[in-house]
Design a protein around this ligand. Structure first.
Ligand SMILES: Cc1cc2nc3c(=O)[nH]c(=O)nc-3n(C[C@H](O)[C@H](O)[C@H](O)COP(=O)(O)O)c2cc1C
Length: 170
């Protein structure tokens, strides 16, 4: 493991706007990166018929890092379906993968949203904060970002927020 920070991104496209924000953060922090599109992670299953899909591979990686940053585009005022599917599977850490779940203790979790709206929606970060608390992980905070598709650039104000966010990563 080369970095103490792992960024997990769930977007409908691997090279989209969220990735552009994430790349700025990787350049600043040398964080490691997981694109959920590369993995096969199925919906939560009460019967755990999917226990051998790629969720456990990512969960096993997660416990090797001090800080886990979840990055998502804003789709219909909420996190992407890709990331939500992963979040639902975090339930496995409380049932069939308890030993992995216990290893999350003492870690820190952050969230990043990439929107087309400059303004953050009320309550957007709540599922991240509450999930961290439920899992016994400290929640480090949320970065709201947006991409200016018209001019195909990350706005200066967002670059500034990214700088502050990266400084806040311990
Ligand atoms: C299905 C869908 C729903 C979206 N819903 C919102 C929204 O509710 N609010 C918003 O500001 N942008 C919304 N957007 C725009 C995206 O958040 C924005 O373009 C983002 O930068 C896309 O990141 P991506 O390239 O990683 O998908 C939506 C885009 C899509 C495709």
């Amino acid at each position: 493991m080369s970095s103490k920070t792992l960024i997990i991104m769930g977007s409908a496209r691997s090279d989209g706007n969220t990735r552009k924000i994430v790349e700025v953060i990787i350049n600043k922090t040398k964080a490691d990166f997981i694109d959920l599109n590369v993995y096969k992670i199925s919906y939560f299953d009460y019967e755990h018929g999917n226990k051998d899909d790629d969720f456990v591979e990512i969960a096993t990686k997660m416990v090797n890092y001090e800080q886990i940053v979840f990055a998502t585009p804003v789709y219909w005022y909420a996190m992407s379906a890709q990331l939500k599917t992963f979040f639902d599977r975090l339930s496995d850490l409380l049932t069939i993968r308890k030993s992995l779940g216990r290893q999350l203790g003492g870690k820190k979790m952050y969230s990043i949203a990439c929107s087309s709206d400059e303004v953050a929606y009320e309550g957007f970060s709540m599922p991240f904060k509450n999930t961290a608390e439920y899992l016994g992980v400290e929640y480090g905070g949320h970065l709201h970002s947006w991409y200016d598709s018209e001019n195909d650039l990350i706005p200066e104000s967002v670059l500034w927020e990214i700088k502050l966010f990266c400084e806040g990563l311990s």
